[in-house]
Design a protein around this ligand. Structure first.
Ligand SMILES: N[C@@H](CCC(=O)N[C@@H](CS)C(=O)NCC(=O)O)C(=O)O
Length: 288
């Protein structure tokens, strides 16, 4: 009898708990979708200039126009292809429809992921970067991009956000991130790097990979003016977006960046060449 009474009293509470839980789960799916829809509506075709790309990136920084290699890659491609664009460095717009930065808007279309953006723009603007490299050469360039984005990027990210020490101090100083934000990124990227796999290895192993991986890129670059030779190819955008971070971004403050700069003068020369060619206004773009 007593047990029956308790159960009767509990049932409405259990019902309320289940409904509340359901509501929270539903809201966690619906609210982000509504927020992103609202963000995209700010860049609908009627609110933006026709045929002008809006590149949603990170805010400008003091040493480099974008401290994200992916943002600088996309901006560099847009400049190499001579496509009219506006840079949106508003932090509240940084994360796009796939929850990462960069993304772009053009004539009411919204595209996320630097590589998908580049492929989208290549189609829209009729393959604007011309060269006569062979399929094999272009395949090598593609592999260089994949190494930089899917391996070297993560190795550098561990130094900046995961390992305790000078990386986190550099991020705090260079990007002017408050301590709590650095802590947040530390937790966030520790999880992501673990899922990627690179975060499961010790510091010395990852550092030695980093030096070897960058050396391999330097080897392929050799004395070429651009990645593959005398003419630029699309992948130069990524090579510059990533490697220039070692010269002018927060990554320049790391010990391994100093070693890379010392060992690979060709990377330094390449970055300076790309910078002069595509960013004559570099200094004006920097955060004052
Ligand atoms: N594959 C993506 C990667 C972009 C990416 O990882 N961007 C970083 C900034 S460098 C980001 O948005 N991070 C936020 C996060 O991981 O939550 C691309 O090429 O755009």
């Amino acid at each position: 009898m007593k047990l029956q009474l308790d159960t009767d009293q509990l049932l409405p509470w259990i019902g309320a708990g289940v409904s509340l839980g359901g509501l929270i789960v539903a809201a966690s799916f619906v609210i982000p979708k509504l927020l992103i829809r609202r963000k995209l509506s700010r860049f609908s075709a009627d609110k933006c200039q026709k045929n002008v790309v809006i590149l949603h990136g990170t805010r400008r920084t003091a040493g480099i126009p974008a401290a994200s290699p992916f943002v600088l890659k996309l901006e560099t491609f847009i400049r190499m292809a001579n496509i009219p664009y506006k840079y949106d460095g508003n932090l509240s717009n940084s994360l796009g429809p796939k929850g990462k930065c960069p993304w772009l808007s053009l004539n009411g279309e919204h595209v996320a992921d630097s590589q998908i953006c580049i492929e989208f723009l290549q189609k829209k603007f009729d393959n604007p970067i011309h060269n006569s490299y062979s399929e094999k050469e272009l395949a090598i360039a593609r592999m260089v991009r994949i190494s930089l984005e899917d391996k070297i990027y993560w190795e550098l990210l561990l130094w900046a956000f995961v390992w305790p020490g000078d990386g986190q101090i550099a991020v705090q100083k260079f990007l002017k991130f408050p301590y709590l934000l650095v802590k947040y990124f530390n937790r966030h990227y520790t999880k992501l790097a673990w899922a990627h796999g690179v975060g499961r290895h010790d510091k010395e192993t990852v550092k030695s990979w980093l030096l070897k991986d960058v050396s391999a890129v330097a080897e392929i670059l050799g004395d070429n003016k651009f990645l593959l030779g005398e003419d630029p190819c699309v992948e130069d955008a990524c090579v510059f977006g990533c490697l220039s971070q070692l010269l002018w971004g927060y990554q320049s403050m790391s010990h391994h960046a100093a070693v890379i700069r010392e060992r690979h003068q060709n990377i330094v020369d390449y970055c300076n060449r790309m910078k002069e060619l595509y960013y004559p206004d570099w200094d004006q773009l920097l955060e004052k």
